[in-house]
Design a protein around this ligand. Structure first.
Ligand code: NAP
Length: 266
């Protein structure tokens, strides 16, 4: 029995399908796209799982409470809470207004904390909480200032929750994505003045964006019994993006550039 916020698209949807294939019951939360959420539910039910689409705007306190009230009324319990929905204003710092800052907190951090407060009483020993973070939690890049520090705070809350919920045998972890193929990545790289996407992907050691499924697979592992001894951590799923630092090999000339592949094939 899993609740995923923002499961009508992207990473949340991939995770909902993956858990559904494993036979789970999945609450598919969404804000606007009822049609997409219902399609996710239909896909889950086709493969033997059970799904329930629940509209709730987690940016509001009432939205988070109504979402969990529905879970309590329908199921009375919860095994997995995945705090995934996110949104933010992609703007330069000097252009951020107070309402952008308030909304970024309300949308990206508060639902995780309020959600965890509601989730824990519904969970038995073995319950799991996972929150989505991103590359912007530890690195700075243009127009991401409203969101990146919220992700850093999520990773910190993951540690505090891990400590407080360990006595109940509830594990709390984060999953931090790099550049993941999704609507939000399209939107981000569509901001005027942003670097060309292809040139950025070339600088990722894996030389491509990740897929929503690859992030969902990491979350699925953290929800599984195999991750029983992992808590308070944030797993990075970024194709090596966070381990590179300037000068990038692509910017250097011989002999600093990477040697040719030994087989001569790449
Ligand atoms: N994509 C990336 O490159 C990337 C990288 C690193 C981390 N992440 C993180 O991964 C998570 C998922 O990102 P994504 O790119 O997969 O998202 P996405 O494709 O943009 O989908 C966003 C989801 O959140 C829902 N949502 C938006 N506002 C909501 C609200 N106020 N209340 C409830 N649901 C709401 C949307 O529902 P509707 O369809 O109804 O609008 C949708 O299901 C986020 O935490 C993001 O920061 C993403």
């Amino acid at each position: 029995m899993a609740l995923i916020t923002g499961a009508s698209r992207g990473i949340g949807r991939a995770l909902a399908h993956t858990l559904g294939r494993g036979g789970a019951t999945v609450v598919v939360n969404y804000k606007r796209n009822a049609d997409l959420a219902e399609k996710v539910v239909a896909g889950i039910e086709e493969v033997g799982g059970r799904g329930l689409a629940v509209q709730a705007d987690v940016e509001t306190v009432e939205g988070v409470h109504s979402l969990f009230a529905r879970v309590r009324d329908e199921f009375g319990r919860l095994d997995h809470f995945v705090s995934n929905a996110a949104a933010g204003a992609f703007k330069n710092i000097l252009d951020l207004k107070p309402h952008h800052l308030d909304r970024s907190y309300a949308m990206n951090l508060r639902p995780f904390v309020l959600g965890a407060q509601q989730a824990v009483p519904l969970m038995d020993a073995g319950g799991r909480i996972v929150a989505l973070s991103s590359y912007g939690s530890t690195r700075a890049f243009p127009t991401y200032a409203a969101l990146g520090p919220m992700k850093a705070a999520i990773e910190s809350w993951v540690r505090y929750m891990a400590l407080e919920f360990a006595p109940y045998s509830i594990n709390v972890n984060g999953v931090s994505g790099g550049l993941i193929d999704s609507d939000s990545l399209d939107y981000f790289y569509g901001v005027p003045g942003m670097a060309d996407r292809a040139s950025v992907f070339d600088r990722v050691p894996k030389q491509r964006p990740g897929t929503a499924q690859e992030v969902a697979d990491a979350i699925t592992f953290l929800l599984s019994p195999g991750a029983e001894y992992i808590t308070g951590q944030t797993m990075v799923v970024d194709g090596g993006l966070s381990v590179v630092a300037p000068p990038f090999f692509a910017d250097t000339s011989a002999p600093l550039s990477l040697p040719a592949h030994p087989t001569g094939e790449k």
